[in-house]
Design a protein around this ligand. Structure first.
Ligand code: ZN
Length: 400
């Protein structure tokens, strides 16, 4: 492996020091029962190892720690701690070497060998060597103590490989024991459906969405993909029924269906009016700026510019965030509003920046500028939620 990520050795040394203290404590406690000479060798080796770490000579440090293992099998836990430390510092070559050395020791007890294999698999995973990680995790699924952890890690490997079918199979093996399993599987089926769209294979899309909706009929992602599928099949009426249901019940997810707008031309006027009603609800519920722009365009096309201006007036009074700024700007730019109240509001609005929407992970607090179904920070599925920006303060004479 040619991964050379620079480590913060001062932090590494501090943590190693903590490990050393623990090691010395264990050695001291064990010393009550063991020979004094053995303790002394152990302590001396750990001091030498620490010295190498402080001198930024981690390879020599590893050699000394491995020698210490020759002295006392009880120190193996310290090796695991050091291995984790190397991995977290991006020193993947060193972590791998340390765990391989442990596995190579014939005298290592079976339970510690499983731990070493599990840790080595994580080293491979961190290094992007997914096939090697996969092989080791698969081996560990045969061990009752590691089975669930190994399956969970395998699922993560398949996610990284985007092998959604394998991820579903591994998740099914976990049964009901893993919390959040159904949520993950639902998103794997949705991923399969999206692949089906990319390959223009509607059978794959339909089968995957049926399986997803069996896991959760209310899943907004599955409903949106279904809307997309129905639209691509020209079933605009059915698609609008599904979308309407989503907007009524979970409007925070409804803004993403671009396909509705792409198919507008193939819809009847009545269907286009249904779309306009739904978008207007989303704009009011979510202060969604792109939706506001689309609504104005659609409204002007269906009912003329006067109707669109009238909608802008409604939003300038009833919305409080970016949609209000947008409405005021449009009204002032069109010079369609000259009253003193609007002039005052417009002064404020024109000096305001329209901020883009943020999405926040409810699990880890990660912020994104676009909707993502899997959090890139904590890997949780379906945890990103739309955030509402700060309200614009009310200007004299207006209702917020
Ligand atoms: Zn997260």
């Amino acid at each position: 492996m040619a991964l050379d990520v620079s480590a913060d050795w001062s932090v590494l040394a501090l943590v190693a020091l903590a490990g050393l203290m623990l090691g010395l404590f264990i050695a001291w406690a064990a010393g009550r029962r063991q020979a004094a000479r053995k303790d002394s060798d152990l302590s001396r080796n750990y001091f030498r190892g620490l010295n190498y770490l402080l001198n930024e000579e981690p390879d020599k440090a590893i050699e000394v720690f491995i020698q210490a293992l020759e002295v006392d099998e009880d120190t193996v836990e310290l090796h695991f701690a050091l291995g984790k430390l190397f991995r977290r510092s991006g020193e993947l070559d060193r972590a791998t070497r340390l765990h391989q050395n442990l596995i190579a020791r014939p005298a290592l007890p079976p339970s510690q060998r499983q731990t070493a294999i599990y840790e080595l698999a994580h080293d491979y995973m961190s290094a992007g060597l997914y096939d090697r990680a996969e092989g080791l995790f698969e081996e560990l699924t045969g061990n009752s103590e590691y089975r669930e952890r190994a399956l969970l890690a395998l699922v993560r490997v398949y996610e990284l490989e985007k092998d959604w079918s394998a991820a579903i199979t591994a998740s099914r093996s976990m049964g009901e024991s893993e919390q959040g399993n159904n949520i993950r599987m639902l998103h794997y089926y949705c991923e399969l459906a999206e692949l089906g769209f990319a390959q223009e294979d509607m059978d794959v899309v339909a089968t995957a969405l049926d399986a997803a909706q069996k896991l959760d009929p209310k899943s907004p992602r599955a409903i949106m993909l279904k809307v997309q599928m129905l639209l691509s099949m020209g079933k605009c009426g059915e698609a609008l029924d599904q979308w309407e249901h989503l907007v009524s019940n979970q409007s925070q997810y409804a803004e993403i269906i671009d396909d509705v707008f792409l198919q507008l031309d193939s819809m009847s006027k009545t269907q286009q009016r249904r779309v306009l009603v739904l978008i207007k609800k989303i704009v009011l519920d979510l202060e969604d700026l792109p939706m506001a722009e689309k609504a104005i365009e659609l409204c002007a096309g269906l009912d003329g510019q006067a109707a669109a201006d009238s909608l802008l007036h409604v939003w300038s009074n009833n919305c409080s965030g970016p949609v209000r700024i947008y409405a005021l700007k449009r009204l002032v730019e069109a010079d369609g509003e000259t009253s003193a109240e609007y002039a005052a509001l417009a002064n404020f609005a024109l000096g305001s920046e329209i901020e883009s929407t943020d999405y926040l992970c409810s699990e880890c607090g990660f912020e994104a500028k676009a909707m993502l179904w899997q959090c890139p920070n904590c890997n949780q599925w379906g945890s990103l939620m739309r955030q509402f920006g700060n309200d614009i303060p009310a200007v004299k004479g207006s209702q917020g």
